[in-house]
Design a protein around this ligand. Structure first.
Ligand SMILES: NC(=O)c1ccc[n+]([C@@H]2O[C@H](COP(=O)([O-])OP(=O)(O)OC[C@H]3O[C@@H](n4cnc5c(N)ncnc54)[C@H](OP(=O)(O)O)[C@@H]3O)[C@@H](O)[C@H]2O)c1
Length: 326
């Protein structure tokens, strides 16, 4: 009898712990409580698959879409075996989010790796982007169709306007993005490299707002004003070039902090992005690095070290920065 009572008590405690964890997981991801939830996974050396996500909305549709917080970037991953192997490796290691673009010319390789993985399509979050030369209502619809054909997929999870640089056509383009969202062939739509003035122009002319803004973000480019604006307006931030394209990984100040956490500088940069509430998109074609870059949920950077990392800001744009243009 006493044994049965003890068993029931243990069962109740397990059910309660599962319920609390589920509640944390379901809460919209930018809160410190969920980040705390992330950091409590200390005994899980490497969770497979990686499913920590945030929910984003395309107002006024209000259809929540969950985006895994870490995605593999494939910019400058060569089309063919290099991209296929990187994506296959990432999926094997637990990534469930791939970030490509028409510009990268490797959509077909991304799609092939996804199909060959044997993982159900609905478990993988796929983003692609509309390139600058394809703006305009009809052109956008056609470019999107080409991307779907290249990917060999029936839908993408996120379709982004790659940049606001086509001043003449970007509003017309967004109307096509709304059409694509309504068709169900993109589960969410967003923008990339949009500054505040681009977003304000869009808000004044759209019926459906972007769910995300993908911009370069790392401790050497913190963009605090744009980040605050996006957060206030319910736009999730995707951090591209989160490893500074490798340019600051040898910074002694960064290395010193990473050393104290027994982590690599790359892992510290990614953890900084997660603790800021961003979705991070590290690129690698190197299997050990692909694995290393997802092993960032078993430690937490202290508030003091986060502040020190913030102080590294130098507005470093490692590629382009259309957020400041017309
Ligand atoms: N929307 C946009 O305009 C835009 C612009 C740029 C990037 N992006 C997206 O963001 C993704 C990431 O940005 P990114 O490709 O510019 O650069 P990144 O992720 O900051 O850095 C990639 C570089 O870091 C190296 N690396 C990766 N993991 C490492 C590790 N653990 N230790 C040391 N080095 C490591 C990679 O080398 P190996 O590959 O040789 O391992 C590569 O040279 C892109 O792939 C793309 O999906 C979007």
């Amino acid at each position: 009898m006493r044994g049965m009572i003890r068993c029931s008590l243990v069962l109740c405690m397990i059910l309660l712990a599962v319920a609390i964890r589920q509640a944390l997981h379901n809460s919209s991801g930018l809160s410190s409580s969920q980040l705390g939830g992330l950091a409590t996974r200390t005994n899980m050396s490497h969770a497979k698959p990686y499913t920590d996500s945030i929910e984003v909305f395309n107002q006024p549709l209000k259809q929540g879409v969950k985006i895994p917080r870490i995605g593999l970037g494939v910019f400058q991953s060569a089309p063919g075996p290099e991209t296929e192997e990187a994506v296959a490796c990432a999926l094997q290691e637990g990534y469930r989010h791939i970030d490509t673009a028409a510009l990268y010319r490797n959509e077909a390789s991304v799609g092939a790796a996804i199909r060959n993985s044997g993982i159900p399509r609905e478990e993988i979050f796929v983003t692609t982007k509309l390139w600058n030369s394809d703006h305009g209502y009809q052109q956008t619809l056609q470019a999107f169709q080409r991307s779907l054909v290249n990917l060999g997929l029936e839908y993408v999870d996120l379709y982004l306007v790659h940049s606001p640089m086509r001043v003449d056509k970007r509003l017309e383009t967004w109307k096509a993005m709304e059409t694509i969202l309504k068709s169900g062939r993109a589960r969410s739509i967003g923008v990339s490299n949009y500054g505040i003035h681009h977003l304000e122009e869009l808000f004044a002319n759209c019926t459906i707002r972007p769910s995300v803004n993908q911009v370069e973000l790392h401790p050497y480019h913190t963009r605090t004003v744009l980040v605050d604006f996006c957060k206030r307006n319910g736009i999730a931030l995707q951090a591209y070039s989160p490893l500074t394209k490798g340019r600051r990984l040898k910074d002694p100040a960064l290395q010193e902090i990473a050393h104290r956490y027994h982590k690599t500088p790359a892992q510290l940069l990614l953890r900084w992005g997660l603790q800021k509430g961003f979705i991070v998109l590290p690129k690698s074609v190197t299997p050990q690095r692909i694995l290393q870059n997802i092993q960032v949920t078993d430690f937490e950077i202290s508030a003091a070290d986060m502040a020190q990392l913030d102080s590294f800001n130098e507005n470093l744009a490692t590629g382009w920065d259309p957020t400041t243009g017309a």
